[in-house]
Design a protein around this ligand. Structure first.
Ligand code: AMP
Length: 591
């Protein structure tokens, strides 16, 4: 099939703004495409060579592409670059160069889809020394034989700028109509896609083996399953009403979703967006390989970064340090990851997505061997709003975002956002911009690099009315190695054998101190807490106020006496202001 057929379709798609018209163009194209080319055509429509999880890219930058175009057309390199700058679109520039072609070709062999695809595949697979030259030669061979319109799309594909805006679901619609024609056909292709994450595979299978073949597409270890997603509600009451009866509630960790596949000794990790992120997480691969007791398995969980010196969770953003090509070893040390598994999708030949949550969770418990770095997401079964509320506060206290509440009878619905999973996040979420001054009342022994000093401190706000110090958080972040040593020495002067009578704490510290030293702390936000005692019962019964993601700013407030610290009353004010601004913001969004 000539590549020009595909370029013409691209040209039509590019000027279409209606989804129906887009689908029509695809249907026409699919009907004319030989079945053995269907997968290549579908990948090319999406500007790719493979599904995302393969993770192989063309590895061609602008410069290299422009050189190849220049080489093929005889238009000077500077002129090509100038054209590109003027037109602002590499496709248009390539097209223009073909029109201005200075180099007449004696033998022009029309491009076919197979040739374009297989040549681009060679470009993607050229690595190492001399690979740049190989890539240029391969690309030049294509541009040498390309017509202007073909050059436009070729250049865009190469730079990953095709962007026809064809959604996966539009391709599925078109496939279902072109080869099935019924509503049932649509459901079957979608199911196959959700389980395989591979549109090309679904397309080729339906073209070659019709719907019966597509029904046979299932889960394969090494190929990600499209993840089940959660809806969102505001209160425990609403969640319980929506699901009805007893629910299963799990901590909602604030990390990166990881779908871990294991087959014998091989382990893959896929992101929520189905990218293969195995290389970014060699530690996860190792831990999961050891801790999951099964031959062939797919499990899902959240990878959460933690501070190796204090054990505290770190905000989700810190995981971005792991998304790099080089220096993974160092990032692994600085930002180690713990795994919290919450689902089982496949086990030794059995598709668990078809089984209810309770059964999946039970089996998951059997195959995951918990250790320091690998856990099951804590879970409770409850029917009561209070039960959910308390569990949610406990989750937040542990540094989680809230809960994901699940219908115990529901299957795993790959690729779907439905009410079988409902997010219940902490109500208020806003930046806390002011720093607070807090009093050190307790210390926790450090681990790892912090052995021999305190790794974190328990800090408190001052309750003026009762003349007491009530805890608000444990802080271990923000201290330099030097700070830790200095603090250790300084705090030895204030050590006491028991909790000081002016300190109110539910949390047990390794060492107690006389309230004396004030430090400045900045946190992400103030939340309700079942553990910290500041403002106990003032906002909600059975809860105090705590700081989330606190960090020492480096300012030791020797100028302040403990009674000058931020007061509990001030914290309540800050919490109310924060809440009010959120309510206003939400109201604005609704308007
Ligand atoms: P959101 O990203 O806010 O839509 O929330 C859904 C995400 O929460 C999932 O994609 C997971 O990455 C994450 N998550 C954390 N803990 C859980 C859990 N116990 N069950 C399901 N998802 C979880």
């Amino acid at each position: 099939m000539p590549f020009s057929r595909l370029s013409e379709a691209f040209q039509k798609m590019e000027v279409t703004s209606s989804r129906i018209a887009l689908t029509e163009i695809l249907i026409e194209l699919f009907k004319q495409t030989p079945s053995q080319l269907m997968d290549d055509v579908v990948y090319l429509i999406q500007g790719k060579l493979y599904p995302d999880f393969v993770g192989l890219e063309l590895g061609v930058g602008e410069k290299l592409l422009l050189r190849a175009i220049s080489l093929a057309t005889g238009v000077g390199p500077q002129e090509v670059e100038k054209l590109y700058k003027q037109l602002g679109d590499v496709g248009k520039a390539a097209e223009d160069c073909e029109k201005r072609r200075r180099q007449a070709t004696l033998f022009r062999e029309p491009l076919t889809i197979s040739r374009v695809y297989s040549t681009l595949e060679k470009v993607a697979k050229a690595f190492g020394e001399g690979s740049q030259d190989i890539k240029i030669r391969l690309l030049a061979s294509l541009f040498n034989d390309a017509e202007p319109l073909e050059a436009r799309y070729l250049a865009r594909i190469v730079l990953g700028k095709l962007r026809l805006g064809v959604a996966d679901y539009t391709v599925l619609d078109a496939l279902a109509v072109a080869f099935g024609g019924t509503k049932e056909a649509r459901e079957i292709v979608e199911r196959a896609y959700n389980l395989s994450s591979d549109l090309g595979l679904v397309a080729r299978t339906i073209a070659e083996q019709e719907l019966e073949g597509v029904k046979g597409i299932g889960i394969t270890v090494g190929r990600p399953v499209r993840p089940m997603l959660a809806e969102r509600l505001k209160t425990p009451q609403e969640v319980l009403e929506k699901i009805g009866g007893e629910v299963a509630a799990e901590y909602k960790f604030d990390g990166e979703r990881m779908q871990v596949h294991k087959k014998g000794d091989q382990v893959w990790v896929f992101s929520r967006r189905l990218e293969n992120i195995t290389d970014h997480y060699p530690d996860v691969t190792r831990i999961a390989g050891d801790g999951i007791k099964a031959e062939e398995v797919i499990v899902e969980g959240e990878g959460v970064a933690f501070n190796p010196d204090t054990g505290e969770f770190l905000p989700f953003q810190e995981l971005m340090h792991r998304r790099r090509k080089y220096g993974i070893e160092k990032a692994m040390e600085e930002y180690p990851v713990s795994l919290y598994f919450f689902d089982l999708l496949y086990l030794d030949g059995v598709d668990y997505t078809q089984k209810p949550y309770s059964e999946r969770r039970r089996k998951l418990t059997e195959i995951v061997e918990e250790s320091e770095r690998i856990h099951l997401a804590p879970m409770i079964r409850t029917e009561s709003p209070d039960g959910l509320e308390t569990f949610m506060m406990e989750a937040i206290e542990r540094g989680c975002e809230g809960l994901v509440v699940k219908d115990p009878g529901s299957n795993y619905r790959a690729g779907a956002r439905e009410w079988a999973w409902i997010k219940l996040k902490r109500e208020y979420r806003t930046e806390m911009t002011d720093t607070v001054d807090l009093v050190i009342v307790g210390g926790f022994h450090g681990r790892g690099k912090r052995t021999g000093v305190y790794g974190a401190y328990l800090v408190a706000a001052y309750d003026k009315e009762a003349d007491m110090f009530r805890t608000v958080c444990k802080v271990g972040t923000g201290f330099t190695d030097e700070d830790l040593k200095d603090f250790y020495e300084m705090m030895s002067r204030y050590e006491t054998d028991h909790k000081h009578p002016r300190v109110d704490s539910k949390m047990e510290a390794d060492k107690w101190f006389i309230p004396q030293v004030v430090i400045e702390v900045l946190a992400a936000e103030i939340t309700l807490s079942p553990i910290h005692t500041a403002a106990w019962g003032s906002i909600r019964s059975g809860a105090g106020l705590a700081l989330r993601f606190p960090r020492y700013t480096g300012r030791l407030r020797l100028d302040k006496s403990p009674e000058d610290a931020t007061t509990v009353q001030e914290l309540i004010e800050m919490y109310r202001r924060q809440t009010k601004s959120i309510v206003e913001e939400e109201a604005k969004e609704i308007r």
